[in-house]
Design a protein around this ligand. Sequence first.
Ligand SMILES: C[S@@+](CC[C@H](N)C(=O)[O-])C[C@H]1O[C@@H](n2cnc3c(N)ncnc32)[C@H](O)[C@@H]1O
Length: 247
Amino acid sequence: MHVLLELDSLTAGIDALPRGEMKRALFLVLSAMLTKVSKQPGDTTGRKAPRRLSGGFAIRFFVKKTEELVKRLANYQKLVIDPRVEVKVGPGDARHLERVRAGSVALIVASPPYPGVYDYHAHHSTRLRWLELESERFERFEIGSRRGARGKTFEMAVATWRRELGAALVEMARVISPKGAAAVIIADSVLAGRPLRADLLTADLATAAGLTVAARASQKRPHFHLPTQAAFRGSPRREHVLLLRRA
Ligand SMILES: C[S@@+](CC[C@H](N)C(=O)[O-])C[C@H]1O[C@@H](n2cnc3c(N)ncnc32)[C@H](O)[C@@H]1O
């Protein structure tokens, strides 16, 4: 109960600030600390577990995180070179970038979900609620989710993923400039108990979308749980970066 009251006080305090950078930065801090003070053991799990926190912990943690952010922003400012470009950040569905003009993007850096691994909407449900962020579209437009693959055969789950990632790559091909590039990072994963080689599938979909693989690099990754390890039968699971250009 005391954690709830502390969070509520923090939110009310931030809410009372005038619109602007400071308010946004403080909501960012709140977002970064919510999992730490919730019953969710980590960012990438929807599981609940008991957590005991002393009175005042949430407020002290908020102050510490704010001080950290101030230092990091100051260091970052020193690194930014002139002339400064205006940065716009906004939510959207990677398959429909309505606000981005065709052929206007020099570099895309994308890390799509690894199919069937996480349920980002569920993982962020506490954040979405506390920050009063739009939740319904995030759930509906999420691609590669674990819930979307549940109960499907390997072939059905791959077909879904091909449609979802394929549409995002078609959109990348539309917005990328003639000399532009897209760096897509993606790891092998397991669907319906069978391994999915992400690099082969992504390269295939990229080609179909009118892109070409200019370079690629892969690195071995550990198996974090037994079913994944079993599915790969001793062969490595890898994470890949594919550099894509217009064909
Ligand atoms: C592997 S994570 C990459 C996280 C990223 N590197 C970051 O630091 O925030 C995949 C991300 O894709 C997002 N995602 C899922 N469906 C999406 C969609 N249709 N359009 C854009 N992003 C989506 C997920 O919410 C998740 O944050």
